[in-house]
Ligand binder design. Structure first.
Ligand code: FAD
Length: 390
């Protein structure tokens, strides 16, 4: 194994997932270079089973970096929200907001593919193993192994975009005691571009229109998720039908995958010359599809702030980011905490069978339906994120 001389890059981004790639491309659009680094081969993202509901706001940002996967995106025109075994329901319709769609459903792999297709051939060090990260007053030194070489990279700014964090004292963890079982099913009749969010005592059940299929996010306690994962296809569609009701029938379920669900919230997203964005800054429950929509706003705002402040270089030509990082952290606080609070409250209020709460939920859904300002607030959160706040 050989060791090369120290390399210098202005901005090093760990994690070439959708959030890391968005940051890289947004910076490149403003003329700022950065280097992405990922531990997986780039094509590994093509096996990710998730489908993501993206907000209209996320589409607008992706379009600006030519990374909107037009043909792979299915528009959501209406969202139906209800609870199993209780009254009350609300319907959110794109026509009230004068938009082509409330949001879109895209496979993770198609989104990652659209972003990756815009990367220069030397933009990512794939299959890189980080050996050490040493921050100091003037930047960060990262040691890594790549293609059988030991490399040392010196950067003025290290951005962490490596997805859901493991154990880290800086990250508060709250276990939902729920797992998401996901798969695609064929509905009869067709979905008519309607998404469903159905609250059940076991957890929320989401049906997202995707091509001719529904992408299902079936949230369950871990022991029930074990049972659902082990079922044959007929038993699985019957279990889904039982949670959803008889309004439509489901057939041909695809391969199932599961994800344990936690809220992981990082206390501070800026420390010295390091910044945390996307899922590594906050990993949310998938209810109401906020995760990537929040992560792309992190990436966008960081890029804007770094580009706006300009690259102030010291006499050696090395860039300084003084001040912009603290402004970034302050500017993301409301969106991060608001989104975490919003999803956490929904999960905890709706995932139980407690009689008085069920009544209150029914009244809440009815009120949302009858009270346009309240409904508009929820709809705008889905469409724009933090811009929904007054
Ligand atoms: C079941 C489910 C459904 C979801 N539905 C939605 C939805 O409808 N809408 C929505 O907006 N969000 C949704 N999300 C959340 C969404 O998937 C995430 O918010 C999004 O993928 C985060 O992107 P990211 O780039 O931050 O992280 P990731 O997608 O996890 O990418 C991180 C990258 O970093 C790399 N990496 C990790 N560790 C290292 C390391 N040590 N060194 C180098 N590289 C590393 C990984 O290989 C990966 O390529 C859902 C999540 C789940 C689990």
């Amino acid at each position: 194994m050989t060791e090369a001389a120290v390399e210098h890059v202005d901005i090093l981004i760990i994690g070439a997932g959708p959030v890391g790639m968005t940051l890289h491309l947004a910076l490149a659009a403003g003329g700022q270079k950065s280097l992405l680094l990922d531990r997986r081969p780039q094509q590994a993202q093509q096996t990710d089973p998730r489908a993501l509901a993206l907000s209209h706001g996320a589409r607008e940002l992706l379009e600006q970096i030519n990374s909107w996967p037009t043909r792979a995106a299915t528009p959501i025109e209406t969202i139906h929200v209800s609870q199993k075994g209780g009254f009350g329901r609300t319907l959110i319709d794109r026509k009230e907001y004068d938009l082509p769609a409330l949001g879109y459903v895209v496979r993770y792999r198609d989104l990652a593919g659209a972003l990756a297709s815009n990367l220069a051939s030397d933009a990512v060090l794939a299959e890189a193993e980080i050996l050490d990260i040493t921050p100091d007053d003037d930047g960060v030194t990262v040691s890594l192994r790549h293609a059988d070489q030991l490399r040392t990279i010196r950067t003025k700014l290290l951005v962490h975009a490596e997805g859901t964090p493991g154990d880290d004292p800086a990250v508060k963890v709250s276990d939902y005691d729920q797992h998401a079982v996901i798969c695609e099913v064929t509905p009869t009749p067709g979905h008519n571009k309607r998404a469903w969010e159905r609250f059940t005592p076991d957890g929320p059940l989401a049906l997202l229109p995707l091509g001719d299929e529904y992408s299902i996010v079936f949230t369950l306690p871990p022991n029930k998720a074990d049972a659902v994962m082990a079922m044959d296809d007929d038993a699985f569609t019957a279990a889904l039908q039982q949670q959803f009701g008889q309004r439509m029938s489901f057939a041909k379920p695809g391969k199932r995958s599961r994800f344990p669900l936690f809220l992981r919230l990082r206390d501070t997203v800026v420390k010295g010359s390091q910044v945390w964005i996307g899922n590594t800054a906050q990993t949310l429950h998938p209810v109401s599809g906020q995760g990537f929509n929040l992560g792309i706003r992190d990436a966008w705002q960081l890029a804007e702030m770094l580009l706006e402040n300009g690259v102030d270089r010291d006499p050696q030509g090395v860039p300084r980011w003084d001040g912009s990082l603290e402004n970034y952290a302050a500017s993301r606080r409301l969106d991060r905490q608001g989104s975490a609070f919003f999803t956490d409250r929904i999960v905890r209020t709706f995932s139980n069978d407690f009689g008085p709460l069920k009544l209150a939920r029914g009244l809440g859904l009815l009120a949302l339906d009858l009270c346009p300002p309240a409904r508009h607030f929820v709809a705008k959160r889905m469409i724009w994120g933090a811009r929904a706040w007054p």
